[in-house]
Design a protein around this ligand. Structure first.
Ligand SMILES: NC(=O)c1ccc[n+]([C@@H]2O[C@H](COP(=O)([O-])OP(=O)(O)OC[C@H]3O[C@@H](n4cnc5c(N)ncnc54)[C@H](OP(=O)(O)O)[C@@H]3O)[C@@H](O)[C@H]2O)c1
Length: 293
């Protein structure tokens, strides 16, 4: 599996990433098996958030790698903070809300380090744009975490262009990615300036729900036609959908959400599918229902 810098001054990550959002119901042996399948296929980057699995997934993952100390230097751990869930584990939360205060960012990182059983995070993302975000305070939190070596790189998720540029203007170092929802079914960010602006800053996006969260796999006329195209490329439907993202010149890093080891292997091998330009537009037309102008 190819590795690539997500930004010229950012970390080198595996081009395809494993996401752990849906891992909350897995046993520890299944968790370990998915980690091993990822590694066997060259996926070394894992995407977490403090809140996944009602604040349980990081701990599950940390437990699975606890006795493999040599592993840490060969993998990259990405996690997020900034959302506060209504949860039995956080009885003080009266309403679901965002918190990007310095106090919360630093405390959340401390929890993540403890749960993941590591002393540093490769990449920390603000999970969602917070309307009450004070960018100077975020800059202070990020600088403190960077200086202590607890977080190597920083980014954001689900930020608009203006939110991204506003926060960046307060930071003494570059934000290295914006993790956004991108797939054939959610392609509008290619057309509204979001991806263009990341490219302007030499940032590659991370794509969440690259298979539309599984919604491509319901029987439909679109699916039938996509399956036929997949046959043309002698690949699976999920590989075709990943190849659609991988063709984009912004150098997208898709995050696989499957909890199935054979689908994870299949996804990891999508890099071998080289989609033709006209097929890229044909797939777009399948979901928009019209030719480009
Ligand atoms: N930053 C954010 O706000 C944000 C939001 C959401 C997610 N994320 C990240 O993005 C990652 C991926 O998101 P996602 O899970 O929505 O991604 P996804 O890969 O688009 O969707 C995964 C879902 O599709 C199903 N699926 C995959 N291949 C299939 C196939 N061939 N046939 C039928 N079903 C199939 C999976 O079921 P099986 O498990 O049964 O294979 C799973 O339920 C998450 O783990 C998380 O790390 C970030």
């Amino acid at each position: 599996m190819e590795k690539k810098r997500i930004h010229p001054e950012g970390p080198e990550l595996s081009r395809i990433i494993t996401g752990v959002w849906r891992w909350h119901a897995l046993s520890s042996s299944d968790t370990e098996a998915l980690i091993n399948t990822s590694l066997e296929n060259g996926i070394t980057t894992f995407d977490h958030a403090d809140i996944y699995g009602n604040y349980s997934c990081e701990e599950l993952f940390g437990y699975a790698i606890a006795n493999r100390s040599s592993l840490r230097s060969t993998i990259q751990l990405v996690t997020k903070c900034g959302i506060k869930l209504l949860s039995d584990k956080r009885p003080e939360h009266r309403v679901k809300h965002y918190d990007t205060s310095k106090e919360h960012i630093v405390a959340s990182v401390e929890h993540s380090l403890q749960n993941l059983k590591t002393d540093y995070l490769d990449l920390l993302l603000l999970h969602r744009p917070d309307p009450l975000m004070n960018p100077a305070e975020v800059a202070e939190a990020f600088s403190t975490l960077k200086q202590s070596g607890k977080v190597l790189f920083f980014g954001i998720s689900n930020f608009t262009v203006t939110q991204f540029e506003m926060l960046q203007s307060y930071l003494p170092f570059p934000l290295v990615t914006n993790q956004i929802e991108l797939s054939l079914f959610n392609h509008q960010l290619f057309f509204d300036g979001t991806v263009d602006t990341l490219m302007k800053h030499h940032i590659s996006p991370m794509a969440w729900s690259p298979l539309g969260g599984g919604k491509f796999f319901t029987a439909s006329e679109t699916q039938k036609q996509l399956e036929a195209l997949a046959q043309h490329y002698t690949c699976s439907l999920s590989q075709l959908l990943l190849a659609w993202l991988l063709k984009h010149p912004s150098g997208i890093f898709p995050i696989l959400g499957t909890t199935n080891a054979s689908r994870l292997t299949e996804g990891a091998n999508a890099l071998t599918v080289k989609l033709d330009r006209q097929h890229w537009f044909a797939m777009l037309k399948l979901v928009t229902g019209k030719d480009v102008a």
